[in-house]
Design a protein. Structure first.
Length: 128
């Protein structure tokens, strides 16, 4: 039995339109990309309540949302925005991009990367 005002984190993420499906929300939680009040959410069945602060990492961006209420359905975006207060830091300007976001430079005319070079590039990018 779920206490009044509490909701599973995977359902809440789905209802707030943070992710496109509930299974993606569960994968996000299991991957350790969601924190509830600075503690990593261990499983998709962890409960959130109004007042909790969620830290969500999606696509190299960090979202900090304060839970304002539990959702009843996945409705339109306007309805979803009533579930949270956005306390996220402002995004970095494009000129201040991270140094690892700069693509590797190749000499002009050197052709396509070899299999070995491609694997090295993949390893470099997957070290996040």
């Amino acid at each position: 039995m779920v206490a009044e005002g509490r909701q599973r984190i995977d359902k809440w993420l789905f209802f707030s339109r943070a992710v496109k499906s509930r299974s993606l929300a569960a994968k996000l939680v299991v991957a350790g990309r969601v924190r509830i009040n600075r503690d990593k959410a261990a499983q998709a069945s962890d409960l959130v309540k109004p007042g909790d602060v969620l830290t969500i990492t999606l696509d190299r961006r960090i979202f900090v949302w304060k839970v304002l209420g539990a959702g009843a359905r996945r409705g339109p975006a306007e309805e979803a925005r009533t579930l949270y207060e956005d306390m996220s830091p402002p995004p970095t300007p494009k000129g201040d991009a991270l140094p690892d976001a700069i693509p590797a430079l190749r000499e002009a005319g050197s052709g396509r990367p070899t299999k070995k070079e491609r694997r090295q590039t993949d390893r470099l990018l997957d070290e996040d």
